[in-house]
Ligand binder design. Sequence first.
Ligand SMILES: NC(=O)c1ccc[n+]([C@@H]2O[C@H](COP(=O)([O-])OP(=O)(O)OC[C@H]3O[C@@H](n4cnc5c(N)ncnc54)[C@H](OP(=O)(O)O)[C@@H]3O)[C@@H](O)[C@H]2O)c1
Length: 227
Amino acid sequence: MSALAGKTAVVTGGGRGIGLATARALTALGARVTVFARTARELEAAVQEGAAALAVAGDVSREEDVARLAARHEGALGPCDVLVNCAGILERGLVEELSPAAWRAQLEVNLTGAFLCARAVVPGMKRRRAGRIVNVASISGTIGGDRASAYHASKWGLVGLTKCLAEELREHGVQCLAVSPGSVDTDMLKQTPFPPQLRPEEVAKVIAWCAGEAPAGMTGANVEVFG
Ligand SMILES: NC(=O)c1ccc[n+]([C@@H]2O[C@H](COP(=O)([O-])OP(=O)(O)OC[C@H]3O[C@@H](n4cnc5c(N)ncnc54)[C@H](OP(=O)(O)O)[C@@H]3O)[C@@H](O)[C@H]2O)c1
């Protein structure tokens, strides 16, 4: 039996791209999944096709939306066993071209959003002495690059948050890992000059493995998936 059978999972950014592929993979392994993002139409389509059990629309960077996500998930599907922080945005531009608003938005969604979602589910995971958090970072969180400073900084931060959560949660039986893909064939990649190296389904398989079968001793690892 799959390690995810009968578990519940929240996938942020689950409306399309890597998040939708992850919802499909977790559901196929027997988990009951809530997908969360801003575009309700995409979330409802995910439920319609059977990729998820519940759709909750909202913004990961808004505390009240994240609180509503946690309450709706627990009310409908039960305590959250797995959190996949996959919501992300990218706005490219040289440092001197990037507006402070664009800088802040990328940090807020890509990094603070993951913090807020983790904060919402960690107390229950600690009480139950079980749970997994998988943060979808990026190769950009291990290297520098031009025209994407806010994105790179947010992903370096997300890898750091992953390692800190792993330290805080190890003794409570809860694991936290990062998955860092290279270029994946999604809408986000179309904003870049990079050719795709990976399909969302390939990355989703790794995320699902980290959420289920990966040994507990891997907590804190940043799993790179470059194709
Ligand atoms: N594609 C790549 O090459 C690549 C490589 C490495 C890492 N990643 C990471 O993988 C993750 C998924 O990216 P993707 O390529 O699948 O991009 P995508 O197709 O653009 O999907 C991004 C998802 O995040 C959601 N989202 C964005 N802002 C949000 C917010 N404020 N609140 C809630 N949800 C939000 C989007 O939905 P709404 O717009 O409806 O909110 C969408 O569901 C991101 O964290 C990205 O940084 C991607």
